[in-house]
Write a protein that binds this ligand. Structure first.
Ligand SMILES: Cc1cc2nc3c(=O)[nH]c(=O)nc-3n(C[C@H](O)[C@H](O)[C@H](O)COP(=O)(O)OP(=O)(O)OC[C@H]3O[C@@H](n4cnc5c(N)ncnc54)[C@H](O)[C@@H]3O)c2cc1C
Length: 516
């Protein structure tokens, strides 16, 4: 007893000493920072240069200009983009848009309401809806799907309608750097002249093919697969409010309404086996391999686009963990900063959440020329974004792996388990849909549901009785699940992800009903 008491008191004393040391040290650091001689730059009329006016660059330009910053956005091509990415805005993303005052950019573009999805596997189907009674989500629980280019144009118009935003067509060639501080960019303007722009802060938001990232960090994107898509025009899906997810082979196929008359058809192919689009092999692959797996009631619409010779496009799907740059005076954002598999269509949501966080952190700074303070902002930004970004990144990467068909019994059991879980209704379905919709960005909930899927898949595999072979497959399935989850957790930072206070703070600040 006496020994236990001594141990407890020693531990308490240690913790008290550590706390006092930590608090004092933090105080000292803060004072040092305030006293530090910081370089205040006066670079003329611009506060922020933004490279790229895609989803992120345009939204950020609007947010910062609303706070009074003078923003110069340089975009390579101001025509309406035609892409097969960024066509589905999750409910969580719509909440972020509304907090940024940009919700009206989803209006006037014939965007379609989506309330969930219908999942198809081996002749069976199940409906999974976004939960309508989620007390933690203070917004309309529905998504919107649309032509990405129309949405981007609305964002650009909205940003450039502000007098303190200058949106210019030009291609940024390089960043101007002096002693580790980014001072601006060199770019080719629409007249073809090489010129420069200077500002105390440069935000690089040049998308998934970013050229500028290389001069800021050595982060490399990993190509996971390709998404191949085309549009079937002048048609409407049965129950158009539900995205159709088909668990096909080699991986998933999706159909969703992107306007009142256009249906996006998209499927995934693995990197080592991509039929050529230009010589017609892809169209044949669609007809002979993918179409027969599309349920009969959807097949006519699926084939319509191919039969009418609609353009087929392929996009690499990539993943890249977020890494901070050592350089000062610069922020990387959007796909140039962080990417996850797009199976759960959430890249824009993470990006808009990032913009909200950055905007809030930058608001107290009267002058963006204090490179040291900007560095502090970036470090805080990196931590605050974790609940949303880590949940979405881990879910996207794990979900995409589960959706790949396999002849391996353990992998297939996991895939079946995922279908069963999503189609079971009740708490399991609503929990997963809240995660997929960005309505509950809590890593701990994600881990809970991923573990539950694993355990129910194992239960399924062992039934009706646990033979030695079934036990062996179950153990392998468990190993696979760990292999799927652990690297993602490690990449996102276990402690940052699992510390529940971070998620609670994020929800309180960024998911609350109140405007920012
Ligand atoms: C196949 C696929 C499907 C996806 N589907 C979805 C989805 O349904 N929902 C979702 O939320 N997310 C989805 N995503 C992710 C989402 O599209 C991205 O996260 C989002 O578009 C990133 O926005 P961004 O502003 O970083 O980049 P972008 O929107 O790509 O914008 C980058 C801009 O920078 C410009 N630019 C590039 N280089 C230069 C330069 N040197 N100088 C000047 N300008 C330059 C480009 O022209 C472009 O306008 C998908 C991704 C993929 C790959």
């Amino acid at each position: 007893m006496a020994f236990t008491n001594v141990c407890l008191w020693t531990l308490l004393a240690f913790m008290l000493t550590w706390t006092v040391f930590y608090v004092t040290n933090r105080g000292k650091k803060a004072t040092q920072l305030a006293d530090a001689v910081v370089e205040e730059r006066e670079d003329g009329a611009t506060d922020v240069i933004i490279v790229g006016a895609g989803v992120g660059g345009s939204a950020l330009a609007y947010a910062l200009a609303k706070d009074g910053r003078r923003v110069h956005v340089i975009e390579r091509d101001l025509r309406e983009p035609e892409r097969i990415m960024g066509e589905f805005m999750q409910p969580g993303g719509r909440l972020m848009l509304s907090k940024l005052g940009l919700e009206d950019c989803l209006e006037g573009i014939d965007a379609q309401k989506a309330t969930g999805m219908t999942v198809y596997k081996d002749g069976k189907e199940a409906v999974a809806s976004f939960p309508v009674d989620n007390n933690n989500f203070p917004f309309d629980p529905s998504a919107r799907s649309f032509h990405n280019g129309r949405f981007v144009q609305r964002l650009r118009q909205k940003a450039s309608s502000l007098p303190n935003v200058r949106l210019e067509e030009g291609t940024v060639k390089s960043l101007i750097e002096e002693k580790g501080v980014i001072k601006g960019v060199t770019y080719k303007n629409s007249a073809g002249e090489e010129t420069t722009a200077l500002a105390p802060l440069t935000v690089v938001c040049d998308g998934c093919y970013s050229n500028l990232r290389r001069s800021l960090n050595d982060n490399n994107a990993e190509v996971l697969s390709y998404q191949v898509g085309f549009i079937s025009k002048n048609c409407q899906l049965e129950e158009p409010e539900k995205l159709k997810l088909i668990m096909s082979k080699p991986s998933f196929t999706m159909l969703y309404q992107i306007s009142s008359t256009d249906v996006r058809c998209v499927f995934e192919v693995l990197p080592n086996n991509i039929p050529s689009i230009s010589n017609g092999e892809m169209a044949t692959f669609v007809k002979n391999t993918i179409a027969p797996q599309v349920p009969l009631k959807l097949r006519k619409i699926f084939l319509k686009g191919i039969d009418e010779g609609e353009h087929i496009k392929a996009m690499p799907t990539k993943k890249m963990t977020a890494t901070l740059s050592e350089k000062k005076g610069v922020i990387l954002l959007g796909d140039a900063f962080n990417m996850r598999h797009p199976a759960i269509a959430s890249g824009m949501m993470v990006l808009l959440s990032d913009i909200l966080i950055l905007r809030r952190l930058l608001q107290p700074l009267s002058n963006l020329g204090n490179a040291q303070k900007i560095s502090q902002v970036i470090k805080s930004f990196y931590d605050i974004r974790k609940p949303m970004s880590a949940t979405v990144n881990t879910l996207g990467n794990a979900f995409s792996q589960v959706l790949v068909a396999s002849t391996d019994e353990a992998k297939e059991a996991m895939r079946q388990g995922c279908y069963d879980y999503l189609s079971s209704g009740g708490f399991r379905t609503s929990g997963m849909m809240a995660l997929l919709g960005g309505m509950n960005p809590r890593p701990i909930s994600l881990i809970y549901h991923l573990c539950a899927i694993t355990l129910s898949s194992i239960g399924h595999l062992l039934s009706p009785f646990p033979s030695p072979l079934r036990i062996w497959h179950s153990l392998r399935l468990f190993g696979l699940a760990m292999k799927m989850l652990v690297p993602h957790l490690k990449a996102e930072g276990v402690s940052q992800m699992l510390f529940p206070v971070n998620a609670a703070a994020y929800s309180k600040s960024y998911m609350a009903a109140t405007a920012l």
